[in-house]
Design a protein. Structure first.
Length: 304
């Protein structure tokens, strides 16, 4: 069974990695110029394939989360949060229709409250509302952070190389590679020499594996920063980025593990053979993207 699962993982990787590389590095907008010029508030709206993929992945992750939440609350109107998410995505690209952040969050509170009142029973309404609200906020924050990587300040630190096909976003490649290799290094090092367990959330997590994942993230981030970041920014910031990725990628993995244990499911879904669901595979990416957005905002403020 383990060998069969490894085969599925390898086949999935051979398909997903090339597609992901193309999506991340595609330097064109999916909306034609003549169409975007008619939208108010911006003479030219650029929506890159990587941003579209990010939104789709988050929506699929949201579907998995709502499916797990439906196990606990089978009578529900959780689909209402999709309307809020779609409006948020449109607001991201077309700021003229956007409300302020506090009003957006208040709107989500209204949606969550309406769902709990209409579909909820006398007991458990606060629990379902809390779980629905926190999960939606987490996933939407991940989506906006991922899509924001195609804008300043990230694009100022890692200047895109549109003149070279399929390697225009090597900064993003560095981030994703650091996240995924952090997960892989933690798994293999933990399986090889791991002896000291450190979390009751996931008994297979070891201190040795965690250190191995952290080291992998730091190495990849440092090398990527040295090769692809603007030399005006201190090279030592690559180490800081690696530490943030190494810590928050593993924290995201633990968070989703805690979520699955709460809902008593092994995997969020089986959409990716050998890996499980979107939340199983991209949990570290979703949890790391927001802290990196904060990091690059601070970098721009201090050194920009």
């Amino acid at each position: 069974m383990a060998f069969q699962n490894l085969q599925k993982r390898l086949v999935s990787a051979l398909i997903v990695i090339p597609l992901g590389w193309v999506a991340v590095n595609a330097g064109f907008s999916v909306l034609p110029m003549w169409l975007t010029s008619h939208f108010p508030g911006s003479p030219r709206v650029l929506i890159y394939p990587g941003q579209v993929v990010s939104a789709i992945l988050v929506l699929m992750g949201c579907a998995e989360y709502l499916r797990m939440l439906s196990i606990r609350f089978p009578r529900n109107g959780f689909w209402l949060v999709y309307l809020w998410l779609i409006f948020q995505f449109l607001s991201f690209f077309f700021p003229s229709i956007s409300l302020s952040f506090r009003y957006d969050i208040y709107g989500l509170l209204l949606v969550v409250a309406a769902e709990a009142i209409v579909w909820g029973r006398a007991r458990g309404r606060w629990m379902r509302a809390s779980l629905l609200f926190s999960g939606t906020v987490f996933l939407s924050t991940a989506a906006f952070s991922l899509m924001h990587f195609y804008q300043v300040p990230f694009q100022k630190v890692f200047e895109p190389r549109f003149g070279i096909p399929m390697v225009s976003q090597m900064g993003l490649v560095t981030v994703f590679l650091a996240v995924f290799l952090c997960d892989s290094a933690a798994y293999f090092v933990g399986s090889w020499i791991g002896k000291h367990h450190f979390s009751s959330i996931s008994p297979r997590k070891t201190i040795e594996g965690s250190v191995g994942g952290l080291c992998a993230a730091i190495i990849i981030s440092t090398v990527g920063w040295y090769l692809f970041a603007d030399p005006l920014y201190p090279r030592s910031l690559g180490i800081v980025m690696g530490v943030l990725i190494g810590v928050f990628a593993q924290a995201g993995d633990l968070l989703v593990s805690l979520m699955k244990r709460y809902f008593k499911v092994k995997d969020a879904s089986d959409i990716i053979p050998g890996h499980g669901g979107i939340l199983d595979r991209f949990d570290s990416v979703f949890f790391t993207a927001p802290i990196l957005s904060v990091f690059f905002a601070l970098v721009e403020r201090v050194w920009g």
